[in-house]
Design a protein around this ligand. Structure first.
Ligand SMILES: Nc1ncnc2c1ncn2[C@@H]1O[C@H](COP(=O)(O)OP(=O)(O)OP(=O)(O)O)[C@@H](O)[C@H]1O
Ligand SMILES: [Mg+2]
Length: 394
């Protein structure tokens, strides 16, 4: 076999690639304990023979809605395994945006051999009811990305699913969790809304940098070879994904950086692997908004970039020294301390750098750690080296 394939499957860094898969839900969700408790409270009666629960989960992209719903179903099924026979079905309404597609997906998941062709929604509902009753099963249906269904087909099928027991002898057959990025309560009609209950709405916030850091540390520990990804790299990844608050983006970044490092034959992820991955991502901030910054901000940035090629972060004290060296090179008198701080603040506001104040710093209180997660320092340095002479000549 040709040697160009040697590195594939070598696993220098990625030991369990499936951990980075699109559908992967870890055994434990990190940092969402309060929200998990809220959801459990909504489903508090599900341990009883006829108990059901109904919830709506909304939140921005990558905030962990799907993971929350799926994890809950798996956990509750295990938790109640000796009390009640529970199953769950996950329906992505982006792919199943009509009542019949939703019903087909549910019935097919429960009974892969079920003949669904040509059956109407009513017949599928009857089949479902019969199936669940005969096996004494309680079903939790997750209607994910439910806004697609609501917009295309209204909430009729949700209404029918929720009243699967009404008019029949039966109770507690089905629970539902509706999930959406959007605020979907407005799209529900009163008949459904009153069956869900407004108080059963969980709004989840986007992740902040700390939350993302916890998530990617967990993925590192599960999916990467020990010692291949230092903490500083995780911090850089979390900083890069923080503006979006999107856990998926942070996980993809970590995986992308790991693959890049592997592809160049290394068994250690470096900051350039992260930065090179960031610049290929669609939500990348415009890396060339450096053209319009003041001359001395450019000089400061150049000093930073030269050091950040080799290091994940630079302290503000180092930044000042590096700035002085660059000033000397360009024959400029360095500006004072206050101006330096002002420029650093502005560079941070424009997302060119990220600054973090260290907590346990002794002595001078204001030491900051500066990093550049969104751009490749070597690219920015190269660009500044051509921009600065022109700017200083003006
Ligand atoms: N608290 C968490 N702990 C561990 N992993 C998490 C956590 N939250 C989210 N994730 C992971 O982050 C990724 C994105 O989460 P998820 O798919 O649940 O987001 P979402 O809110 O459903 O996004 P979308 O709106 O795009 O559907 C998944 O890989 C998920 O496993
Ligand atoms: Mg989702």
């Amino acid at each position: 076999m040709s040697s160009y394939l040697d590195r594939i499957g070598a696993g220098l860094i990625l030991s369990k690639p499936e951990v980075f898969g699109f559908d992967y839900v870890p055994e434990l969700l990190v940092g969402r304990e309060d929200i998990q408790e809220n959801l459990a409270a909504i489903f508090s009666s599900i341990g009883h023979p006829e108990g059901t629960g109904r919830a709506v989960i909304t939140g921005p992209v990558g905030s962990g809605k799907t993971a929350l719903a799926k994890r809950f179903c798996k956990d509750i099924i295990r938790h109640l395994s000796d009390k009640r026979n529970i199953r769950h079905v996950h329906v992505n309404c982006r792919n199943a945006a009509t009542p019949s597609r939703v019903m087909q997906k549910i019935v097919q998941d429960l009974d892969p051999g079920h003949p669904d062709r040509g059956l109407g929604v009513g017949e599928l509902l009857t089949s479902l009811r019969r199936m669940l009753h005969s096996s004494n099963t309680h079903l939790i249906v997750i209607l994910d990305e439910v806004d697609h269904l609501l917009r295309r087909s209204g909430d009729d099928i949700i209404y029918k699913l929720m009243r699967i027991d009404e008019d029949r002898e039966g109770a507690g057959t089905l629970s539902a969790i509706m999930v959406s990025q959007e605020q979907v309560l407005d799209l529900l009609e009163n008949a459904v809304l009153s069956r869900v209950g407004r108080s059963n709405h969980i709004r989840i916030p986007p992740y902040d940098e700390k939350g993302l850091l916890k998530i990617i540390s967990q993925r590192r520990d599960m999916g990467l070879v020990t010692g291949t990804c230092p903490d500083e790299i995780l911090e850089l990844v979390a900083q890069a994904a923080a503006p979006s608050g999107d856990a998926r983006q942070s996980i993809e970044l970590l995986e992308g950086a790991a693959k890049r490092a592997e592809a160049s034959g290394r068994s250690l992820i470096e900051s350039k692997d992260v930065q090179r991955t960031v610049v290929t991502m669609p939500t990348n901030v415009d890396s060339m908004n450096i053209d319009d910054i003041p001359a001395h901000a450019m000089l400061i940035l150049l000093g930073l970039c030269r050091r950040l090629k080799k290091q994940e972060s630079v302290t503000s004290g180092e930044a000042e020294k590096l700035y002085h060296v660059v000033c000397e090179e360009f024959d400029e008198t360095p500006k004072g301390h206050t101006t330096l701080w002002k420029h650093l603040k502005r560079l941070a506001q424009e997302d060119i750098i990220v600054t973090k104040t260290a907590k346990s710093e002794v002595g001078r209180g204001r030491t900051q750690h500066i990093s550049m997660p969104h751009m490749l320092p070597s690219d920015v340095a190269r660009r500044l080296e051509t921009l600065i002479p022109a700017r200083l000549r003006r």
